[in-house]
Design a protein. Structure first.
Length: 297
């Protein structure tokens, strides 16, 4: 079964995070929690969480996956400080809209940036593992934490990401049925098509998962999310989502939703002149999509 094969490749369940504590502060109309987790070998992992200042019932939640962009210093801080590819930081925006949102520093990023991507990836590959798998395993554990919080409605947890966060968003949702919906920006394409033109080299070495393309392409992987709602946002001038690689992947994805009788649950926002960045229209589409599929009406 493809989902089980992907769970093994993505190392789901192999990288548990243990919650060790938190501090809380009030910001401009929302609450920020700085969380601490520990890996199985004792490494500290920072989490940043934003939420409305008060709530009288469990909240819908978003697992936020930060981008790469060669900015190893950012990590989970993207939630509060943003990055050049974003219109503005989304943590405050999501909190004001009524969501509890969690981001963690993935390996080699944020407060974990002392560990460099290339040597970390190579060491894992030599042991038959991947850095992408380690990252996905930790994200699955972060989802465990989110779902167990008393102030979270475990039946309404979505995932959001741009760039690296986008790929990990639909990869994780493909094997994590607990995720209610998926919103991903600027990183959906058929990797085999990117390899044909050399564009795959634009991705970092962290994304190398041995045997992945023998199992499935991204269209098939994201298709496992059906019939759950999925929003895909891309620009045709993005070198990571060129039409020749995006179109076949999206055709596979659309076929999966059609087969599931859920074509209306798949949304595409495509801009002809946009590159590798969030546009104002994408931001508006994300907020409408989240409201439609995570909020109670």
């Amino acid at each position: 079964m493809l989902a089980d094969q992907l769970r093994r490749l993505f190392e789901i369940g192999k990288h548990p995070l243990r919650f060790t504590g938190s501090t809380t502060q009030q910001d401009d109309g929302f609450t920020v929690e700085t969380l601490s987790f520990a890996t199985a070998d004792g490494e500290r992992v920072r989490g940043i969480l934003t939420r409305p200042p008060t709530n009288d019932r469990p909240l819908p939640a978003i697992l936020y996956i930060h981008a790469h962009g060669d900015r190893y210093d950012i990590g989970a801080s993207e939630l509060l400080d943003g990055r050049p590819a974003l219109q503005s930081p989304l943590g405050p925006v999501f909190a004001h809209a009524g969501y509890l949102t969690l981001a963690i520093d993935l390996p080699c990023f944020g407060e974990r940036s002392a560990d460099k991507e290339q040597p970390t990836t190579k060491a894992l590959l030599w042991r038959g593992r991947s850095l992408a798998g380690k990252m996905l395993g930790e994200l699955s554990s972060a989802l465990d934490y989110l779902a167990a919080r008393r102030d979270v409605d475990a039946g309404r947890i979505g995932v959001f990401g741009i760039s690296m966060g986008a790929t990990f968003g639909y990869w994780l949702a493909a094997v994590e049925p607990r995720l209610t919906c998926v919103m991903h920006l600027c990183c959906f394409a058929d990797f085999a098509k990117l390899i044909e033109t050399g564009a795959h080299n634009l991705h970092g070495i962290y994304l190398t998962v041995p045997g992945l393309l023998e199992a499935a392409g991204n269209g098939e992987i994201a298709g496992l999310i059906a019939p759950r709602p999925q929003l895909v946002c891309i620009g045709d001038r993005d070198p990571l989502t060129p039409p020749h690689a995006f179109d076949p992947a999206f055709a596979q994805l659309s076929a999966a939703y059609e087969k599931a009788g859920a074509s209306e649950k798949l949304a595409l926002h495509r801009e002809a002149e946009t590159g590798h960045q969030e546009s104002a229209a994408m931001r508006e589409r994300v907020l409408r999509f989240a409201a439609a599929h995570l909020r109670r009406h």
